[in-house]
Design a protein around this ligand. Structure first.
Ligand code: RNT
Ligand code: ZN
Length: 413
């Protein structure tokens, strides 16, 4: 233990914060690392272009082209990230030679991933993939007016839930199955209700099958608009918030899916008041849902503050969701994961009860003064201690490792 850490420990103790307790809580938080940062959401199906109103920009060399490369890259990233986490998969990452379409996938098509996760003590989460597919070419899936298209995607979502359930059972820790659909229109629609009625019916059928709720959590993810889908989104926030509340599934909030001044941090306590669990896609929107690598910015810290303040570390599924093709993809994972953890640590090192009391007493001066002074408390020392205890590189020392990996492995692809 460094003197640096001892000094920090004392300062935080002065605020009534036990740094050891904070470190313990932080090590229990599993973050779901999205596999799709590793290959710009390409997947293993040889599907053509990324579609559905999302886009990865950039052409940094060395992206993973198959299961072996993607898992090698994930391993390299996990070597730089303290703690034990989860991997978030999309259905398009099936490792299968059965030649089945997405509506017929089954747990056996993900056996390679389960073996991978088991060997490393990782958890797995899952997402049906309702984009980058010929049957989603016009960005209409579960709300399509064509019953055959709806059927295909309903079946895909049904088998996806079973795959996620199998992850939960095999790995002994709950898996989240999250449904996001691109459905919407570029032009102002003549009918806003019809597509939503069809989406509601499709979801009802998908969730009608009772699976093991001790290992499977279902969530639905809303959006505000997509590229080429500027006028109307079927699965809006209001749609899903009401659907989730009435049907006992979780709301998943992606902080790139709201209007620019609308904050997910502010929504967290409202949702936690009415539902036991909540799911997040943590991302960084710049002007639009651009999915930049997560920085340790004010909103990330506020999201973490809300989770911690609400005492909800075990009620929130935290997953990352961004895909930047313009930089080293392993580094992109490491930066985002470490930032999410730093934000949580900063929240765990905040004397929330004390500041809340200022608020309730109407002492705005003390509230502001303490919030601002806390920003320069020596959290870095506690973070370094966390990294040291977890045997991962301190500070920016991971970068040299990742650069070596790029030279030795990524650039040879
Ligand atoms: C798209 C949604 C969705 C996807 C991933 C790949 O806007 O955020 O979550 O990013 O499922
Ligand atoms: Zn998302």
């Amino acid at each position: 233990m460094s003197n640096y850490y001892e000094y920090a420990k004392e300062l935080y103790a002065g605020q009534g914060i036990d740094t050891e307790e904070a470190l313990k809580k932080l090590s229990n938080v599993k973050i779901s690392m999205h596999c799709w940062q590793g290959d710009d959401v390409t997947g293993f199906e040889n599907a053509g272009e990324l579609s559905g109103g999302i886009a990865a920009t950039g052409n940094h060399p060395g992206k993973a082209r198959n299961f072996e490369e993607l898992t090698a890259d994930l391993d390299e990233a996990f070597r730089m990230i303290p703690g034990c986490h989860k991997v978030n998969l999309h259905a398009s990452y099936a490792v299968t030679h059965r030649g089945v379409d997405r509506d017929a996938l089954s747990p056996e098509d993900f056996k390679a991933w389960v073996d991978y996760a088991k060997e490393r003590g990782l958890g797995l989460d899952f997402n049906p993939t309702l984009f980058s597919h010929p049957k989603a070419a016009d960005s209409l899936t579960l709300s399509s007016p064509d019953p055959a298209i709806r059927r295909f995607w309903i079946d895909h979502c049904k088998c996806s839930r079973k795959i996620a359930e199998s992850f939960g059972k095999e790995l002994g820790q709950p898996a989240l199955d999250n449904i996001w659909i691109p459905d919407g229109y570029k032009e102002v629609p003549a009918d806003r209700l019809g597509p939503r009625m069809r989406l509601k019916e499709s979801l009802d059928e998908i969730f009608s099958e009772k699976l093991d709720g001790s290992v499977l959590y279902d969530s639905v993810e809303s959006k505000v608009f997509g590229l080429g889908l500027e006028a109307y989104t079927v699965g809006s926030h209001e749609f899903y918030m009401n659907y989730a509340a009435k049907n006992g599934v979780l709301c998943l909030l992606d902080n790139g899916h709201y209007h620019p001044t609308e904050m997910v941090s502010d929504k967290i306590p409202s949702l936690l008041l009415f539902s036991e669990k909540l799911a997040l896609h943590v991302t960084r929107p710049m002007r639009w849902d651009s999915d930049h690598v997560v920085r340790l910015d004010d909103e990330l810290r506020e999201i973490a503050n809300e989770i911690v303040r609400c005492g909800a570390l075990d009620r929130v599924f935290i997953g990352l969701d961004y895909f930047d093709a313009s930089l080293n993809r392993v580094a992109a994972w490491v930066i985002g994961m470490r930032n999410m953890q730093k934000a949580l640590l900063s929240a765990l090192l905040t004397p929330h009860a004390k500041i809340k009391a200022f608020q309730d007493e109407g002492d705005v001066t003390s509230l502001l003064a303490l919030q601002e002074e806390l920003k320069t408390y020596p959290m870095a020392a506690v973070w370094d201690e966390f990294c040291a205890r977890n045997n991962v590189p301190l500070r920016e020392n991971w970068l040299a490792d990742v650069q070596k990996y790029e030279k030795d492995v990524l650039l040879k692809r």
